[in-house]
Design a protein around this ligand. Sequence first.
Ligand SMILES: C[S@@+](CC[C@H](N)C(=O)[O-])C[C@H]1O[C@@H](n2cnc3c(N)ncnc32)[C@H](O)[C@@H]1O
Length: 220
Amino acid sequence: MTRATPPDAFYDILRGVAALTGNSVVADLARLVADDMPPEIWIAFNHKQIGSKRWLVDALAQVLPQPQGPVWVLGAWYGVLGALLLADERLTIPAVVSVDLDSTCADVAERLNRRHVAAGRFRAVTADMMALDFAGQDSAPGLVINTSCEHLADVPGWLATLPPGLPLLLQSNDYFREPDHRSCVASLEAFKAQAGLSETLFAGALPTKNYTRFMLIGRR
Ligand SMILES: C[S@@+](CC[C@H](N)C(=O)[O-])C[C@H]1O[C@@H](n2cnc3c(N)ncnc32)[C@H](O)[C@@H]1O
């Protein structure tokens, strides 16, 4: 027998978990799901996605807790990382700009982060990260994050478009089997070589069941 999940069930459960844990991101997710559940939100919030982003936030809290300007998140999908960054009390982040090529992402990202949008601390932009002009921004980015390096065709080519010395946080992985992945790296050393950072504050690997995720924090 197949039993359909009642539409309000996810909302009720998430509100319950938010009440149990006091976690503001879960409360924001509950509201997002209640309005209209976006396709793939369940992937964006699965334990592997959240695990790699918690790892990111923990590392940032250690080595760069106070970026000196807005944090740009590229390939940001539904804005989950922005929500985690703005919720973490160890970090002092003036604002998050969430960029994705897919035009369906900005609305979801701004609905998930609606409290921060209202406070002027979050905005979502539809753009190709390959074509962004950071030098021409009103306020210079304090940090640029790209957790989707494996999706780019040319990671060194993208890095060459960025101002020298820009603080950067990069993630990639060795999940070569995924058809959307075009720049996977086989090891942390290979990722360091691909990124060619002028200064490295953090370099690490996070093994998961099917692949290993790599992270670098430093300067272009
Ligand atoms: C599957 S998602 C996120 C995967 C990533 N490992 C993560 O969790 O952050 C990859 C996102 O990168 C976006 N993307 C790919 N190429 C891009 C580009 N050139 N500019 C901006 N966004 C891009 C896609 O639209 C997609 O939403």
